[in-house]
Design a protein around this ligand. Structure first.
Ligand SMILES: NC(=O)c1ccc[n+]([C@@H]2O[C@H](COP(=O)([O-])OP(=O)(O)OC[C@H]3O[C@@H](n4cnc5c(N)ncnc54)[C@H](OP(=O)(O)O)[C@@H]3O)[C@@H](O)[C@H]2O)c1
Length: 338
């Protein structure tokens, strides 16, 4: 038995390409005291991983050249010397892109899954995993949405944005989405319940388009993108509006020269709050978020947009496509069971 791993072959220059990743073979790990071996089933592709590929630290250690790519996964416990975990248990945690991972009590985000058998397991890596939980916590805890609010969501067809749009719509908000393709706009409008959707690639004056789409002003901007999109959104905020800093993906592929913001004065003039958050700091809110998301999914009120790539060896190219912005919904790799 070998443990196939996807490792970092080169620091990406801009958008990652498939050759920045390489498949290698290593020994299958053996659980020591307090450890367990997990067979990875689904990898959750995350925008945040891009920040770990440049060789500089952010809120996590960088991934070194030749090191296995780190990311959340769903797995099944193969063998365990960790109290509370038995072979066969399904778990979620921050592992590596590999067949078998070593896990212990310090594994970030580690939790046992008790999936609803009526729902696909892969959903626990997306809508019922970090993406859905981030949308829920960001809108409620940071954005404090209430019925009647105008809620603007960027990267609205993505993993986090697609759930944010639907939660806001379910809770009686008027939803305006920002996307980068007409195909995405149609999905966000027709399937996710958005009132209006703007394709930023077709709007030379994005701020003007947002003001026209939100004549009363934006009460809550759920910002996945940062950069020029955030700059434009600042010009469309209502007095006292709230900006939820979820992510700034537009700068992840060019972290060395981030986009300048010109409209920050609007924070003062419009008395805005602008608060960033990381889901890792709100883990106490995850059970409530998961329960609400699962109830909506079971009732058919939430639609899951999922883009599943088959095979560990395709993880690098799948990630490249995601970071190029060509995909819709949650990007997941189904690890082939060799
Ligand atoms: N705070 C937290 O705890 C937390 C947790 C999870 C995720 N996040 C953040 O949430 C955001 C979305 O992440 P996700 O995992 O849900 O990814 P995602 O939205 O599924 O995929 C990325 C999408 O971002 C959009 N995008 C906008 N500008 C882009 C650019 N310049 N380059 C590439 N893509 C661009 C693309 O859609 P368009 O075609 O519409 O542009 C692309 O499809 C990220 O900023 C991420 O860091 C934060």
């Amino acid at each position: 038995m070998v443990n196939r791993q996807v490792v970092l072959a080169a620091h990406p220059q801009g958008v990652p390409v498939a050759s920045d990743f390489r498949l290698v073979e290593a020994a299958v790990p053996v659980a020591g005291p307090g450890q367990m071996v997990v067979r990875n089933l689904y990898l959750s592709l995350e925008a945040a991983i891009r920040g770990w590929l440049d060789g500089t630290a952010n809120y996590f250690e960088p991934i070194v050249l030749g090191g296995a790519i780190r990311g959340p996964s769903i797995g099944r416990v193969e063998s365990s010397r960790l109290a509370g975990f038995e072979p066969g248990d399904l778990i979620f945690g921050l592992h590596h892109w590999e067949d078998y991972s070593l896990s212990d009590a310090n594994t970030v985000l580690l939790r046992k899954l008790t999936p609803n058998p009526l729902l696909p397991l892969s959903w626990y890596a997306g809508a019922l995993g970090g993406s859905g939980q981030t949308a829920y916590v960001g809108l409620h805890r940071i954005g404090a949405i209430k019925p009647g609010d105008t809620v603007l969501v960027s990267a609205a067809a993505g993993a986090t944005g697609s759930i944010a749009c639907q939660i806001a719509a379910i809770e009686g908000c008027r939803v305006v989405g920002i996307v980068g393709a007409d195909e995405k706009a149609e999905v966000v409008r027709e399937t996710l319940g958005a009132d209006t959707v703007i394709n930023y690639r077709k709007e030379p004056d994005l701020a003007g388009a947002l003001v026209r789409a939100c004549p009363e002003g934006v009460n809550v901007y759920f910002d996945n993108v940062g950069g020029t999109t955030l700059d434009a959104a600042l010009m469309a905020m209502a007095q006292g509006g709230r900006i939820v800093g979820c992510g700034m993906i537009s700068d992840y592929n060019n972290a060395a020269s981030p986009t300048p913001l010109y409209n920050l004065w609007q924070v003062v003039e419009r008395q805005l709050s602008l608060q960033g958050f990381l889901l890792y700091s709100y883990l106490d809110e995850v059970p409530a978020a998961s329960a609400a998301l699962e109830a909506w999914l079971s009732a058919g009120r939430l639609t899951v947009l999922e883009n599943v790539t088959e095979g560990l060896s395709a993880a690098g190219s799948a990630y490249s496509a995601m970071m190029a912005g060509t995909t819709i919904g949650k990007n997941i790799v189904c690890v082939d069971q060799t």
